[in-house]
Design a protein around this ligand. Structure first.
Ligand SMILES: [Zn+2]
Length: 441
């Protein structure tokens, strides 16, 4: 495939195209429950068909439609999957200053539920998918791998009618070497250093029941033991390397179990400290407490259910052992009810492609690996040997809340400038990943 000179592309026109797609998608109310993803899917299908691409629609339950489209490559390398979801979480309308389903533009920002989670990414992926399809039609050459566009239903509430169903019933649709999905891509400023986080690991979960008999048990929830995975180590080493001494040496002590808490508490930015703490420890939050049946009877037993978010590598055995040690009461029964392991991806050429793309758009900015403390559909791709990274390019803007608080928050919005930035970064990544490895073009 001939390398398309990105300098000659009309980025403004592409950003306007992405904006048009985003506004149309935001006007589809795909709040889950109930979902109604077919509204968004109908739009996607129409756009693809208009360019001569017939997508595949997957509908495990009425209205819960996912869409999949393929731009066939030469087959030199295995496919690159562009993943997104079309469902969104509910809104509190009275907290918004714009119609959350109106696709309104104010001062260069497009407002609407899903603008950052994750219809904005979908709009960029669709724009680039169609762009590459046009390039291939015009040049009569192919990309070195299939480019797959896969926008699924039901991500926000369990994936039963979305990615979970698809990997079980139509696994060939996600047979890819690489995937780009949500979970990372946001830039943050660490001191004076701009860092873009590339999500390459996710926490898993364990649900635990504590059963305390015959005694009222005091339970404390101090941080669980540290568990350092390579992704976390790389991030902290990379952040430390941007600092001058003695801050550099001090920051490295975040990896020292004896000093970690002390150093984290000294960081000027406690949001960053909390994010680092979440990467280094599994957590156990008591979410359901049950004891007693009547006001005048002292209960014989009490149960506490713990929602545990575990660092990859943590098992039922290691976690329950840590909890028992913490509880220090052999009478308390600790029982795991469910277990979903986390995962960690390797550093691959996709990571290098993301680094090159960011370096071209923002010289001096770094890309760092990152453990996402929540989950996305990538957890269904990881067991299928797909290297899935979360990277929705998003440049921080002054006066705008960070993307992490806009997602699921009020006045969710994305600027047209950020759509253009994201298109440039993603175009560069797709282009690099679609070139013959030998360097021939
Ligand atoms: Zn999402």
């Amino acid at each position: 495939m001939t390398v398309i000179d990105s300098a000659t592309l009309n980025w403004e026109a592409l950003a306007q195209e992405a904006k048009r797609h985003l506004q149309a998608l935001l006007r589809c109310d795909t709040t889950t429950p109930p979902g109604n993803e077919e509204l968004a899917t109908a739009y996607l299908r129409e756009q693809l068909v208009a360019e001569g691409i017939e997508p595949r629609l997957i509908e495990p339950a009425p209205g819960r439609v996912s869409v999949w489209a393929r731009l066939q490559g030469s087959g030199i390398a295995r496919p690159l999957l562009l993943v997104s979801h079309t469902d969104v979480v509910p809104v509190e309308r009275d907290q918004w200053h714009a119609d959350p389903f109106g696709g309104e533009e104010h001062d260069g920002f497009i407002y609407g539920r899903g603008a950052v989670d994750m219809k904005g990414m979908l709009a960029m992926e669709l724009t680039l998918f169609l762009h590459f399809a046009r390039q291939v039609q015009m040049s009569d050459q192919r990309l070195d791998r299939d480019l797959l566009l896969h926008s699924v239903a039901d991500e926000e509430v369990g994936a039963k009618y979305g990615m979970s169903w698809i990997v079980e019933n139509e696994p060939e649709l996600v047979d890819a070497e690489y995937a780009l999905n949500e979970g990372g891509g946001m830039g943050l400023d660490f001191g004076k250093q701009r860092v873009y986080l590339c999500e390459m690991a996710q926490k898993g979960s364990i649900h635990i029941t504590l059963l305390a008999k015959g005694a009222l048990t005091r339970i404390t929830y101090a941080p669980l033991p540290m568990r350092i995975i390579p992704t976390s180590r790389r991030l902290i080493e990379l952040l430390a390397a941007t600092q001058t001494q003695p801050r550099r040496s001090l920051l490295l002590q975040v990896l020292n179990p004896l000093l970690s808490e002390r150093v984290l508490s000294l960081l000027p930015d406690q949001d960053t400290a909390n994010a680092l703490r979440a990467m280094l420890h599994s957590t156990a939050s008591p979410t359901l407490l049950k004891a007693g049946t009547a006001l005048n009877v002292i209960p014989g037993e009490a149960t506490a259910q713990l929602d545990c978010r575990i660092v990859p590598g943590e098992t039922v055995e290691t976690l329950t052992a840590a909890l028992r040690k913490r509880i220090r009461d052999p009478k308390v029964v600790v029982k795991a009810d469910s277990f979903s392991p986390g995962y960690e991806m390797q550093i691959t050429p996709l990571f290098a492609a993301i680094q090159h793309a960011i370096a071209a758009q923002e010289p001096g900015a770094l890309v760092a690996p990152y453990l996402f403390p929540a989950v996305s559909d990538s957890r269904f791709l990881a067991p299928r040997s797909v290297t899935a990274y979360g990277f929705v390019p998003h440049r921080p803007e002054s006066g705008v809340p960070p993307v992490q608080s806009l997602a699921h928050g009020h006045d969710e919005r994305v600027s047209v400038a950020n759509l253009e930035f994201g298109l440039k970064v993603l175009h560069s990544v797709i282009n690099e990943m679609s070139k013959t490895r030998s360097g021939q073009v």
